[in-house]
Design a protein around this ligand. Structure first.
Ligand SMILES: [Zn+2]
Length: 290
């Protein structure tokens, strides 16, 4: 039995904390450990031998989400009651420009809006439904580079404000996965939690607890049916707004950062890279695009 493994299994919910010290004899302790290892191996996509081995240890060293793997019982799969949500970016991760981070956040939300029936848009209001921020060290639930990458709260059905944090100790990347962690992949995973999804037992799913550079968005084999079961299918999107001509255009994320336009829906008509028309000084914009 390995003490680090016991700590890991307790931390992520595979066995109650301190249960090993309560085991009456070594055979009971071994049975509890083997049972927890077997559950972890299932989530990790490993053969469920219940034995402590190199493959199991290597999986425990992989970068991952900070949430527990064993599901809640009280608020199982609780979701938002309302479906028009807002988020506020309090702090940005290092290594990415705020504009790039905003774009990746928008893309990650859009990945969920493409399949499930809800809308979310950025706001400059701290009373937003969701706060996206950063943290570092033990007090924020992190452990330095690698290990825990990010975490997010799950809704409990009360529609109260939820928090999501990304570890400042990681090397966050925009696209090339070499030498760091792809921010969009982790953001999309954490946003799944913010919508109510817990960790998947399918190791290839976006909502699997382990980071994968190749899994960017919800998977049809697991994540999508789960989110559709909670919110219903995405309603048909209207045609996208046609690109508007210069000079009165500005990138949506930059407009929001600058506080020039604080109430734009990203939901049905806009995505990253879309442009919005800024109102002119007299408050009149161009006629709406049909
Ligand atoms: Zn997670």
């Amino acid at each position: 039995m390995n003490n680090l493994a016991v700590q890991y299994l307790s931390h992520y919910g595979y066995m109650p904390s301190g249960v090993m010290s309560l085991a009456v004899d070594i055979s009971t302790a071994n049975m509890l450990f083997a049972d927890a290892i077997k559950k972890f191996q299932e989530v990790a996509g490993l053969p469920m031998t219940g034995e402590w081995n190199t493959a199991t240890f290597d999986k425990m060293l992989m970068p991952r989400c900070g949430l527990m793997d064993v599901r809640r019982s009280t608020f199982a799969e609780a979701r938002w009651r309302k479906t028009d949500l807002t988020y506020f970016v309090e702090k940005w991760v290092g290594g990415l420009t705020p504009a790039d981070a905003d774009d990746l956040i928008e893309l990650a939300w859009q990945d969920w809006m493409n399949v499930a029936d809800f809308k979310i848009k950025p706001t400059l209001d701290r009373n937003a439904d969701i706060i996206i921020s950063t943290g570092s060290g033990r007090t924020d639930g992190f452990d330095g580079p690698s290990g825990t990458l990010a975490w997010a709260y799950l809704p409990n059905g009360s529609d109260g404000q939820l928090l999501c944090r990304f570890d400042l100790s990681e090397t966050w990347l925009k696209d090339n996965p070499q030498g760091g962690i792809l921010f969009r992949n982790v953001a999309c995973h954490e946003f799944g939690h913010l919508l109510g999804l817990e960790h998947s037992r399918m190791s290839s799913a976006l909502m699997a607890p382990f980071y994968s550079p190749s899994v960017v968005s919800p998977r049809a084999s697991d994540d999508i049916p789960r989110i559709v079961a909670m919110y219903g299918k995405a309603t048909t999107l209207p045609p996208p707004v046609r690109p508007l001509p210069a000079p009165n255009t500005v990138r949506l994320s930059k407009a929001l950062n600058a506080g020039t336009y604080g109430d734009i829906s990203l939901g049905s008509t806009m995505g990253a890279g879309d442009y919005v028309m800024l109102l002119t000084g007299d408050g009149n914009g161009p006629p709406p695009v049909p």
